[in-house]
Design a protein around this ligand. Structure first.
Ligand code: 13P
Ligand code: SF4
Length: 328
């Protein structure tokens, strides 16, 4: 039976009495598939993955895997990055609808026109972009390596940074640069409420606020530590503190609790709902059932235009090489 992929995923019911974990394990072995998951996935997907990591780690694992199939439990740009790195492999995502508001805030045609206005500038793009944006980029960065990669350019280098204005502003502030910024943002990280975080700080005076650099400046200013998901996780493991207010997508708390079960993690709340945490609706589209179907039917598959792939691999390769040199 073959599915109708107009839904963006395989819409075939999974038998309720099936042991889904052991079936996924069987399929990945049979097909020599590797399952990579981002920290923003639900706990069950993180637990079944071969590797869980941030955007940089996912790209690094994709670059070194010997598997024939990569299943990327994350969002579309993460699957696309893996496909650009491994054009000969089959790259699958459980649900093709798992997009990214930040990548959407940077349409390739508009970004290309923007870049053309500054012909003497180096173009640095965050990995949260489409393949077509990467194709007009000089070097890709993630939140783990953005500072170090920007620092690797001469102090007077003229740089365009896109698409996240919050990350760009943050990197400008910690490197003393004046990079020209594209005006994009992530709807999840823009939503955190300063008032609610300040109220939580009062309620938990011992807690530290730890924040992803995609958040707005007022949130960053009240934070004790700012970093990528991997950096935030590492910080909670090594810090003597016992309580953390976590200002990023709440999925990362799953791994934080696993690594430090004795510590308390309080999700920072958004400002527009009664919900106590902030989830990325795109990331949450992936489920165990969709992962099982995706492995079984080897769909949906990420396809990247060959010409775009050839151009987009260069700035990604540069990022991987620089990261290796920098020990990241
Ligand atoms: P990381 O670089 O921490 O994986 O961030 C990715 C992301 O999508 C943040 O919203
Ligand atoms: Fe994109 Fe924001 Fe979701 Fe990250 S959290 S995948 S930047 S929409």
């Amino acid at each position: 039976m073959i599915q109708n992929l107009s839904a963006g995923y395989i819409n075939v019911p999974v038998p309720k009495d099936m042991d889904i974990k052991s079936e996924i394990n069987k399929l990945r072995k049979e097909k020599n598939a590797v399952i990579l998951a981002h920290y923003y996935q639900t706990g069950d997907l993180q637990d079944i993955a071969d590797f869980v990591g941030d955007s940089l780690a996912l790209a690094q694992w994709a670059a070194k895997t010997k598997a024939d199939i990569i299943v990327l439990c994350g969002v579309h740009f993460m699957g696309e990055t893996a496909k650009i790195i491994c054009p000969g492999k089959k790259v699958l995502v459980p649900d093709l609808n798992a997009g990214c508001s930040l990548a959407d805030s940077c349409p390739a045609e508009e970004f290309t026109a923007f870049v053309k206005k500054y012909p003497d500038h180096t173009v640095i793009s965050y990995v949260n972009t489409t393949a077509a944006v990467k194709a007009v980029t000089d070097v890709v960065v993630t939140s783990t390596n953005a500072k170090q990669i920007v620092d690797s350019f001469p102090a007077d280098a003229k740089i365009i940074f896109g698409p996240d204005r919050n990350l760009g502003n943050y990197i400008n502030s910690i490197t003393g640069r004046n990079m020209i910024l594209w005006d994009g943002a992530c709807h999840v990280h823009e939503l955190f409420s300063l008032e609610k975080i300040l109220a939580l700080k009062k309620e938990y005076p011992e807690a530290e606020v730890i924040t992803h650099p995609e958040c707005k400046q007022p949130i960053i200013q009240v934070s004790d530590f700012v970093g990528s998901t991997a950096a935030l996780l590492k910080y909670t493991i090594t810090s003597d503190k016992k309580q953390f207010i976590v200002a990023t997508e709440s999925g990362v708390i799953h791994e934080m609790k696993k690594k430090s079960p004795q510590k308390k993690f309080i999700p920072a709340p958004p400002n527009d709902s009664t919900c106590a945490c902030n989830e990325c609706s795109f990331m949450r589209l992936n489920t165990m059932e969709k992962l099982y179907n995706c492995l079984k039917y080897e769909l949906p598959e990420i396809i990247v235009d060959e010409e775009i792939q050839k151009k987009a691999i260069r700035p990604i390769r540069k990022m991987l090489e620089l990261s290796e040199k920098l020990g990241l």
